[in-house]
Ligand binder design. Structure first.
Ligand code: NDP
Length: 314
């Protein structure tokens, strides 16, 4: 077992963690960044990215993360390939324990472990992920101009995604497993008043069907839960909006979270309930969940860390 000590430890290597790393490194805070189980985070399972500012042409999610990592490395971030499996935040210095058996110790931690979209769990859904199956309408809706798409779910996200998709798609079908939406009433009203949206109630997706070359979605097999009838719906895009799971299980004994498990940060800040522990990115954001907003809060965390260290030195 090896023990690593650092002025700042960053957990997670998505846009939030890497932005925090770039800013911390440039402030000479010599951060140590621990990758986690999915180096690069959710962006590495996206294909085309058109909404990250600074690139005229379409870029690829994995490429963007690679660039961010190289940039962080260039300015001095030290990277560790490990996955933290437990932490002890009961007192300073804070301790993080990796799968490797190594221990990481610091008085300052930036948590940027992200979130994961919930998926239906179908093999065919997995097959077409990034090729017609998506969990982010803002990211991928544009690719379905004048096409038919479907959204799965009945919460705020599903309704907002369905409404958003009407800006691009010819027709949007919202498919929900019950006959009542969980979404706020005002969103429901907008949904019902939108001519481009049709709703299929009491129904679940059983299979995503498509072509092999190029890999693309053509239709979905649906089952009505009341009648058990099977139907098929022709679509080019399937958007799964059945919730997200923030990667915060590790911290539950120490860090304050909301009912859905998102870390609560102080208003206009990335500070958590523990002095010296900051949270940035999707791990503390259930609303926006964009790479650019995650990068923004990563920058905020680094600036707040810099300020704290400077004040403590005085
Ligand atoms: P929610 O948990 O609110 O809704 C998830 C939806 O997916 C539910 O309708 C649920 O059905 C359905 N669902 C869950 N699992 C499955 C499954 N396996 N198969 C089919 N359907 C499934 O998640 P959201 O992402 O919509 O919202 C998360 C949080 O973020 C909420 O608190 C929401 O209010 C908030 N939010 C707020 C926004 C805003 O204020 N503008 C925008 C987006 C989110 P069922 O209803 O039957 O359980």
């Amino acid at each position: 077992m090896q023990e690593y000590r650092s002025k700042v430890i960053i957990l997670g290597s998505g846009p939030a963690g890497l932005s925090a790393a770039i800013y911390c490194s440039r402030a000479n805070l010599q951060p140590l960044l621990i990758h986690g189980i999915q180096p690069g985070g959710q962006m590495t399972i996206t294909t085309d990215v058109e909404n990250y500012p600074g690139f005229e042409d379409v870029i690829q999610g994995p490429w963007l993360m690679e660039q961010m990592q190289k940039q962080a490395q260039k300015v001095g971030t030290k990277f560790i390939n490990d996955n933290i499996s437990s932490v002890d935040f009961s007192q300073k210095p804070f301790k993080c324990f990796g799968d490797s058996g190594n221990k990481y110790v610091s008085d300052i931690i930036i948590i940027s472990t992200g979130a994961q979209a919930s998926w239906l769990g179908l093999d065919s859904e997995e097959k077409y992920k990034g090729f017609g199956v998506s969990a982010c309408a803002t990211c991928d809706g544009f690719f379905f101009k004048e096409k038919n798409v479907a959204v799965i779910g009945g919460g705020n996200t599903a309704v907002e995604e369905a409404l958003y998709l009407t800006n691009h798609a010819r027709k949007v079908t919202l498919i929900h497993r019950r006959n009542e939406l969980r979404a706020e009433k005002i969103l429901q009203e907008r949904l019902y008043n939108n001519d481009k949206i049709e709703i299929i109630w009491d129904t679940v997706v059983e299979e995503v069907i498509g072509s092999e070359n190029p890999l693309s979605v053509e239709k979905i097999k649906l089952k009505n839960l009341l009648t058990q009838d099977t139907t098929y719906l022709n679509i080019s895009g399937l958007f799964i909006a059945i919730g997200h799971i923030p990667n915060t299980g590790l911290f539950k004994d120490f860090i304050k979270m909301d009912n859905a498990g998102y870390i609560i940060t102080k208003p206009d800040s990335t500070k958590t309930n523990i002095d010296g522990i900051f949270a940035a990115g999707d791990v503390q954001d259930s609303i926006f969940r964009q790479a650019v907003t995650a990068a923004g809060t990563g920058c905020m965390a680094a600036l707040e860390v810099g300020k704290k260290i400077a004040e403590e030195k005085k």
